[in-house]
Design a binder for this molecule. Structure first.
Ligand SMILES: NC(=O)c1ccc[n+]([C@@H]2O[C@H](COP(=O)([O-])OP(=O)(O)OC[C@H]3O[C@@H](n4cnc5c(N)ncnc54)[C@H](OP(=O)(O)O)[C@@H]3O)[C@@H](O)[C@H]2O)c1
Length: 274
């Protein structure tokens, strides 16, 4: 029988994971999602065919896995409301919240719980996510496999063995869709300056990013080799790449990702103070 999974929160991340689970054949009647108001739940129940509830504690009473998918800022109060119910049967806790440590969540929920922390990203909404996962010492092999199964329903899963590495995951994939969206904006603007209709430039840039990612994923060659294959000696790409290198693109990326990881650490400190 499939494990009973209850999502606390039914927003972007929860809907994405639930949608992926259903597409990969997970039984709908083993999935429950909660939110404070019935108005928000009715469309989800109708669209996805899962159970819904406005009562968090009742919804976790028979869950094997409780997925915490509310905003980090309200997690303390949400955990306080779940505490007695999870302590009664100690389900696996799977949190997708940014910046809240496994120890913090375990303490807020009353202690001695198996906790998996996940840093997903928004392409999970189209089944092309990338997530980093970390398990505390109480998580057993079956629970790890189950967490992998749930997150693989919406994309790539990579486990890290040190919790602090989730800050690096945030910099490499959690926040990174926004880096690429910024690049699309910049390429659209630059293409328009060169005379293309903006929407044509946007479509060409996005398709090129999609094709480059797919090619790099399917190829035995490194990104460096694939890059050199595009660069004819003395040609156009060589000129553009030289400009990006001279302008310090690698340094800028390293600084931006360092700033991202630093902010993840700051948030963990700020949010954990309760
Ligand atoms: N978005 C990202 O890029 C991203 C990436 C990585 C991780 N995350 C993490 O994913 C988590 C969820 O983010 P999201 O983007 O899915 O947020 P979201 O779309 O705002 O979803 C939050 C959900 O929680 C519900 N909720 C609010 N109070 C609740 C309560 N007391 N009990 C149960 N449910 C409650 C909300 O319902 P109402 O709307 O009706 O209030 C909503 O369904 C966050 O912790 C975030 O850090 C997000």
């Amino acid at each position: 029988m499939a494990s009973q999974v209850t999502f606390i929160g039914a927003g972007n991340m929860a809907s994405a994971i639930i949608g992926g689970m259903i597409e990969s054949g997970y039984p709908r009647d083993a999935i429950t999602a909660t939110a404070p108001h019935e108005d928000a739940l009715a469309p989800i129940r109708e669209r996805l065919g899962i159970h819904t509830s406005t009562d968090n504690a009742a919804a976790v009473s028979e869950a094997d896995v409780v997925v915490l998918a509310v905003k980090p800022q309200i997690m303390h109060d949400v955990c306080a409301g779940l505490r007695d119910a999870v302590q009664a049967h100690k389900p696996l806790i799977l949190s997708v919240a940014a910046g809240l440590s496994a120890d913090t969540l375990e303490a807020w929920l009353g202690g001695e719980l198996a906790v998996v922390r996940c840093m997903p990203n928004t392409p999970s909404l189209v089944g092309a996510g990338a997530a980093g996962l970390y398990a505390n010492g109480r998580v057993d092999g079956d629970q790890r496999r189950l967490a992998t199964e749930l997150l693989e329903a919406v994309g790539l899963v990579e486990w890290v063995e040190e919790e602090a590495l989730l800050e690096a995951v945030t910099a490499v994939s959690g926040s990174a869709p926004a880096y690429f969206f910024l690049m699309f904006e910049a390429m659209e603007e630059a293409g328009a300056k060169l005379g293309l209709p903006a929407d044509t430039a946007r479509r060409l840039a996005m398709q090129t990013a999609f094709g480059a990612a797919r090619m790099a994923m399917d190829s035995d060659k490194t990104p460096g080799e694939l890059k050199r294959n595009v660069m004819s000696p003395g040609g156009t790409t060589e000129r553009a790449i030289a400009h990006l290198e001279d302008a310090g693109l690698r340094r800028i990326m390293a600084e931006a990702m360092d700033a991202c990881a630093t902010r993840a650490r700051e948030m963990a400190e700020e949010l954990g103070k309760r």
